[in-house]
Design a binder for this molecule. Structure first.
Ligand code: MG
Length: 369
């Protein structure tokens, strides 16, 4: 099996609910998505990488577009099923920038599973359960508005909320208290500071919210600063932005910094690397969320296959990004049940039917000569 054609598209995906707000005025109106199609032997695999915004991570869509154009010609004629070899090849011809390789690797995984005649969830280790719990983000805003949004999400069926904090500590204490008051007991709350605080601020926040039951997510920037917070806070801790490499995961485990990790596919460089880190995190005893920085049906399908192949007792939650955006990329999508659980569609590979007519003109279209 040899790669015969690679196409790539760019799609702006505006948010259904308007601007997405994090602390410190960080705001996005849309995902800026790069979508890759890789074809061989009459089959096509699809991948997607969509940064949340230039403020969120080192990934940005213009960089991805440029990088995909650099890498793609090196892949023509190669066997798309040789996933480890393909990742080594990408790293050889293009140093660093894992996000650039994420959509390509996702398309290779989709194509390899289709060629093997199995759903991707099977190739990633096998399905454990039919659905993964979804969470909903309560974005940063006035305490009253956040409490109203939280109550609405619970009414829609969500049992897990991620509250954005990491701004002014006094205001964030009020925000979390308002949300906790507005939702039923038993609602699972995560307070995600997105690395917005110093250890000093994180400790102030934790001290004033100790009577609220929540999981602390990425209070500060560095692994050692988060360790310093963890030593004085009696809450479960999850790290997200700090998990960029295998070395980070090992350091977090060795130092006992966190009880769980959030693995973002694009930050790690694709499905292959995320699966590797997911399996290691599970074996090390950590709880795991597999998600991404953004995207629509293609990326959400990859998250769903990775989430459902994570052992249920180690799985935290997932997110349904295709419900966030006003555009469509596929005729079907990962099914969502009761507004709060997500499965994988029946079929091979990612098991969605991407509609190429919805993607516009490709910025890249190369064939094997
Ligand atoms: Mg997070």
């Amino acid at each position: 099996m040899k790669i015969e054609r690679i196409q790539a598209f760019r799609q702006l995906q505006p948010f259904v609910d308007g601007p997405y707000r994090m602390s410190k005025g960080r705001v996005a109106d849309a995902f800026d998505s790069v979508i890759v199609a890789i074809s061989a032997d009459g089959l096509t695999g699809w991948g997607e990488m969509a940064p949340l915004g230039t403020f969120y991570s080192a990934a940005f869509a213009d960089g991805t577009q440029a990088g995909v154009k650099e890498i793609a010609p090196h892949l023509l004629g190669e066997d798309p099923r040789a996933l480890t070899r393909m990742n080594r090849l990408m790293d050889t011809v293009f140093k660093g920038h894992p996000y650039v390789k994420s959509a390509i690797d996702m398309a290779l995984n989709d194509l390899a599973a289709r060629a093997a005649g199995v759903p991707l969830v099977t190739m990633l280790g096998g399905r454990d359960g039919d659905t993964a719990d979804l969470y909903k983000v309560v974005t940063h805003g006035e305490p009253d508005a956040m409490a109203r949004n939280a109550a609405r999400f619970v009414a829609e069926g969500y049992g897990r909320l991620q509250i954005k904090v990491g701004g002014d500590v006094g205001g964030d204490i009020d925000r979390v208290a308002a949300v906790a008051d507005a939702v039923p007991r038993g609602t699972v709350l995560f307070c995600d500071a997105n690395a917005g605080w110093s250890p000093f601020q994180a400790r102030q926040f934790a001290d004033q919210t100790r009577n609220i039951d929540y999981v602390f997510e990425q209070p500060t920037v560095t692994i050692d600063d988060n360790l310093s917070v963890r030593r004085s806070v009696d809450k479960p801790m999850v790290l997200d932005e700090s998990v960029q490499s295998l070395e980070d995961l090992l350091e977090i485990h060795r130092k006992g910094v966190a009880d769980g990790v959030t693995l973002k596919i694009s930050r790690l460089g694709g499905v292959t690397r995320t699966r590797q880190m997911r399996d290691l995190a599970v074996d090390l005893g950590l709880m795991v969320t597999v998600e991404d920085t953004g995207g629509a049906e293609i990326d959400t399908a990859a998250m769903a296959h990775l989430s459902l192949s994570t052992p249920a007792e180690k799985r935290l939650h997932a997110i349904a990004f295709h419900e966030w955006v006003t555009v469509r990329t596929a005729r079907n999508a990962p099914p969502v049940y009761g507004g709060s659980r997500m499965g994988v569609p029946d079929g091979l590979g990612l098991a969605i039917d991407v509609d190429i007519d919805l993607l516009g003109k490709p910025f890249l279209d190369i064939v094997r000569s």
